[in-house]
Design a protein around this ligand. Structure first.
Ligand SMILES: Cc1cc2nc3c(=O)[nH]c(=O)nc-3n(C[C@H](O)[C@H](O)[C@H](O)COP(=O)(O)OP(=O)(O)OC[C@H]3O[C@@H](n4cnc5c(N)ncnc54)[C@H](O)[C@@H]3O)c2cc1C
Length: 385
């Protein structure tokens, strides 16, 4: 396995780094304070083709590998996790289900605007009563006499569902019963459909300027052809989507951790205590060495998972391992970065303060750490409890 990035990927990474430094870094703190998705920044990211990176050229994408998207997410997350998750969710959760499971008609209808970043879409699996146990979905969709799906229920915490450019959310819903079990299907619900209500944005601990809403469906009617993938395959297909999403979340976690390493390195050079630079204290040097070590190992773990996927090999366990490890070290590294900054680490003007708040969700979203451990245990052949 070759761990070197290709020359195109190295150039892309360099371009991303200078874009992030010029267009995102100067504003990240105020965007976080305002708590609204900065649509100008989304448009700039769209202008760079970031939303279309992994989509085929026929839909306006550039046909790149998942690793290239991960590099973009990592670079953005070094500075701004809210924008990084906006990109990750837009591509991995919003658009990818259409590419993987959509009909030619659905792809032609939705993908070009999603790949251009002119539109965003949400992925509605979690419900107010449960996310880890996503198979316990309560939302229903029955085919009405007029041949349309009538959807009732609600979804919780849906990213990118209420932005000014959101065009639809794909949800899982019970569409019947099969062999005595719930039949769960995926259905596309365009924003603006009568009976589809988008709740107020959540007041979150972190990811302040990413867009997250609760969604309610009250006799919401959509055409039968809005079924995405085969009837009854919705739950299984959504879980497959999450395997790729976990590699991208690991990249986001690595970016955040790297941002904390960078900030800490620069801080210790400029701060003195007891007549010496704090960078000369071995206690802090060891802390930073450990932070860099964990970040590097986490990076290798998502590179490996992305590589396995590109080889067409099984990568479910490795994606879960990368997500689990990277998210947990991101929380540790962010906590240590705050410690290294002393009191200033607790002040919002210092990026590590925001990174610490932004890190926690990484252990929860797209499968909690507990669910990752369960998944890895299953992949190792251990029985269900
Ligand atoms: C900001 C944000 C954005 C999100 N974006 C989306 C989105 O776009 N789309 C979407 O569908 N969802 C989204 N989510 C939801 C997220 O994926 C869920 O919050 C997550 O999967 C956990 O589900 P839950 O909150 O219902 O917790 P629960 O499932 O209620 O879990 C509570 C606790 O119990 C533990 N637990 C549960 N089952 C087990 C078990 N079998 N063994 C051991 N421990 C267990 C969990 O690990 C956790 O610690 C988002 C959440 C947030 C906060």
């Amino acid at each position: 396995m070759d761990l070197d990035l290709s020359s195109e990927q190295q150039e892309f990474q360099k371009m991303m780094r200078s874009f992030v430094d010029d267009a995102i870094r100067p504003h990240a703190e105020s965007w976080d304070r305002d708590g609204e998705l900065p649509m100008d920044a989304v448009a700039q990211m769209a202008g760079l083709g970031l939303f279309g990176l992994v989509f085929p050229e026929e839909y306006g994408g550039s046909g790149a590998e998942l690793l290239t998207l991960c590099l973009a997410i990592e670079e953005i997350a070094r500075v701004d996790s809210s924008l990084a998750i906006t990109l990750e969710a837009a591509v991995g959760l919003g658009a990818m289900p259409i590419l993987r499971f959509g009909t030619e008609g659905q792809k032609a209808k939705w993908l070009p605007s999603l790949a251009a970043g002119a539109a965003l879409a949400g992925f509605g699996l979690t419900e107010p009563d449960g996310g880890s146990d996503a198979g316990a979905t309560r939302t229903t969709a029955r085919l009405g006499d007029d041949g349309r799906w009538v959807v009732n229920g609600s979804k919780a915490f849906i990213t990118n569902s209420g932005t000014p450019i959101t065009s639809f959310v794909t949800i899982t819903a019970i569409t019947g019963e099969r062999d005595g079990r719930k039949e769960i299907s995926a259905i596309i619900i365009p924003n603006g459909t009568p009976g589809f209500e988008i709740g107020r944005p959540y007041q979150k601990m972190g990811w302040h300027h990413s867009d997250t809403h609760e969604l309610a469906f009250n006799d919401c009617r959509v055409p039968e052809e809005n079924l995405l993938g085969a009837r009854g395959e919705g739950f299984k297909n959504f879980l497959r989507i999450l395997d790729d999403g976990r590699i991208a979340i690991a990249a986001l976690a690595v970016g955040l951790a790297q941002g904390c390493v960078d900030e800490s390195l620069s801080y210790v050079h400029g701060r003195s205590a007891f007549g010496r630079s704090i960078g000369t204290f071995q206690a802090l040097q060891f802390k930073i060495a450990d932070m860099a070590l964990k970040t590097d190992l986490a990076r290798q773990s998502f590179y490996r998972a992305a590589w396995l996927k590109e080889q067409g090999r099984s990568y479910r366990k490795e994606a879960a391992m990368a997500k689990l490890y990277a998210s947990e070290i991101a929380v540790e590294v962010a906590r240590d970065a705050v410690q290294i900054h002393g009191g200033y680490g607790y002040i919002e003007e210092f990026a590590v303060c925001r990174h610490y708040r932004d890190a926690k969700i990484l252990e929860i979203g797209e499968g909690t750490s507990e669910i990752m451990r369960l998944l890895i245990a299953r992949e190792l052949g251990l029985p269900e409890g």
